[in-house]
Design a protein around this ligand. Structure first.
Ligand code: 5AD
Length: 336
């Protein structure tokens, strides 16, 4: 089956099979890639319109009790200076975001039990009462009761990435993880009425295009609303510090195919992609993405939130510049 006939199926709203998804992810010619990105750009336009949603992330703690092989925050990393932000520090950043016109604040941290359910509730309620912003939580795994209480306190969205839908790959990356638990928590979050985020990492060691196709089908099957897709970037002082990063190319193809399959969802152009390539980040804005997360973490903490090394600073200036470039770029529409 040709790439063009698969893209035509998408245009008339036919559901793609796993084999067809794999065919699209395996595209190598520049012409076919351009056609794929164009189709994803059109689908983005059709489903969510000409709009990029800008959100701000506060990485409020880099303490973590987990041991993910790819991540620089893993508990075994003694070389990382750890920090925790106070509720006042968090609020000060949220205030600035509100002034900038940002409507959604993402509260992200390692898995840090220091922030008890009561403390997180207090942060949520204060931001809601004083600023009325939408709140996205990205705190890792918590209990059902905690998710429920956060929702009741006013949280709107929850990000909990499956990272790898293929269990073998998942366990290779997460020696202390539990795939079934992740999947169950994803279902819980949906039941509780959250807008639910998931996502994966492109370029994990041993990952195949079939694995990535399974990730995309997982997002579809679980009815995920926000899908974070970024390349693997080696993190200093982690077991995978010396592996090769994922490619910009495969990340862009995955973003585009995810837009074609999942359609009306939020897909960010990720910081990880911006870290590998500014050009790739701009291309992502024309290949199906519709969200940018600005890193709003205060400068004194920023360089300590090293989930991977040399993390790019995605700030408002960078985002605006990239959006303008993406708008100016007139992709020559190449017929396959
Ligand atoms: N490379 C790419 N992405 C990473 N993440 C964590 N460590 C890395 C890395 N080394 C991603 C995970 C996590 C998100 C916050 O960052 O997908 O969910």
């Amino acid at each position: 089956e040709s790439v063009l006939s698969i893209l035509e199926k998408v245009a008339v709203d036919e559901v793609l099979s796993k084999e067809e998804i794999i065919t699209l992810l395996s595209i190598e010619s520049e012409e076919e890639k351009a056609a794929l990105f164009k189709a994803a750009d059109l689908m983005r336009e059709e489903c969510v319109g000409p709009k990029v949603d800008i959100r701000g992330a506060i990485e409020f703690s880099n303490y973590c009790i987990r041991s993910c092989n790819y991540c620089g925050l893993r508990k075994e990393n003694r070389k990382l200076h750890r920090y925790r932000m106070t509720i006042d520090e968090i609020l000060a950043v949220a205030y600035r975001m509100k002034e900038m016109g940002i409507k959604t604040v993402i509260l992200q941290s390692g898995e840090d039990p220091f922030y008890t359910v009561e403390l997180i509730e207090e942060i949520i309620k204060t931001i809601k009462a004083e600023l009325g912003m939408r709140i996205t939580l990205s705190l890792g795994e918590r209990s059902y009761e905690e998710y429920r209480r956060f929702k009741e306190a006013g949280a709107n969205n929850y990000l909990l990435k499956i990272e790898a839908a293929n269990q073998k790959l998942f366990y290779k990356a997460h020696p202390d993880g539990d795939w079934e638990k992740r999947a169950k928590h994803t279902r819980w979050l949906k039941e509780l009425g959250y807008i639910v985020g998931s996502g994966n990492i492109i370029g994990l060691p041993g990952q195949t295009v079939e694995d990535i196709a399974e990730d995309i089908l997982f997002f579809k099957k679980y009815g995920i609303h926000m899908i974070g897709i970024g390349p693997f970037i080696p993190a200093a002082n982690s077991p995978w510090a010396n592996l090769n990063p994922g490619t910009v190319d495969m990340t862009l193809k995955t973003l585009a195919v995810t837009r074609l399959v999942c359609q009306n969802v939020y897909i960010p152009a990720t910081t990880a992609l911006a870290t590998l390539s500014k050009e790739g980040f701009i291309k992502a804005l024309r290949a199906g993405t519709n969200t940018i997360m600005l890193i709003m973490t205060p400068p004194i903490y920023r360089e300590k939130y090293q989930i991977y090394s040399n993390k790019n600073m995605v700030n408002l200036d960078f985002a605006v510049e990239c959006i303008e470039k993406a708008q100016r770029e007139l992709p020559s529409y190449i017929k396959v």
